[in-house]
Design a binder for this molecule. Sequence first.
Ligand code: GTP
Ligand code: MG
Length: 229
Amino acid sequence: MSGGPDDSAAGAAEAAFSADDLALGERVFTQDWMFLKSVPALEHLPEADRAEIAFAGRSNVGKSTLINAVVGKKGLARASNTPGRTQELNYFRATNLNPSFYIVDMPGYGYAKAPKSLVEAWTRLVRDYLRGRPTLARVILLIDARHGIKTVDKGIMDLLDEAAVSYQCVLTKADKISERALSHVVADTLKGIERHAAAFPEVLATSSETGLGIGELRARIARIVTDRG
Ligand code: GTP
Ligand code: MG
């Protein structure tokens, strides 16, 4: 990439990763990833014996789709046009990975039209999980690139700050806006995390449609699970 002004969103991501990081990310995610289990309540969580990376965010932001893009398997996490598709914590793992770690697809929050009882159940599950999982190495907090950080996202960010759970914002659906608009939303999001104690100071822009930022996100996750941030 040229690194010109219009490349700043992808450029910011590029600068942070060495060729080795990107290669490690590739290696981790060309493994055979598979579904492990669906967790409707905390008592069904797998043993906390390895790191996990959870994908969180508003309903329909693109969590399941991004997981599929990262692991390179289209149908693995169930994605849908219907908000509220993912209702449990869904665990994924790869064979032959050392160190082994889990990827967790979370139910979305902030879907106003969902029945109240369901919203309450998900909210409880999401909050209890985010607060109480000792092996949660980082929450990938997805933000729709068209909308930026919303009030509901701030609620989750506050909760993660309080619980001292490391998280980072990743923009989704970057293909839906211009590069110029994207660099603005990256800058705004960086500003939005400034005073958040547990926020990792990086904002990656991704598109599951075009593949933008997928290599960088893979590299970031590979770094986290090998204890290098
Ligand atoms: P819940 O499970 O309901 O919380 O939703 P989710 O966050 O898992 O969203 P999901 O992955 O199901 O995607 C929602 C919709 O957004 C689907 O129609 C996807 O095809 C679409 N989508 C996801 N990522 C992208 C992207 O990067 N670009 C575009 N254009 N569409 C996307
Ligand atoms: Mg989903």
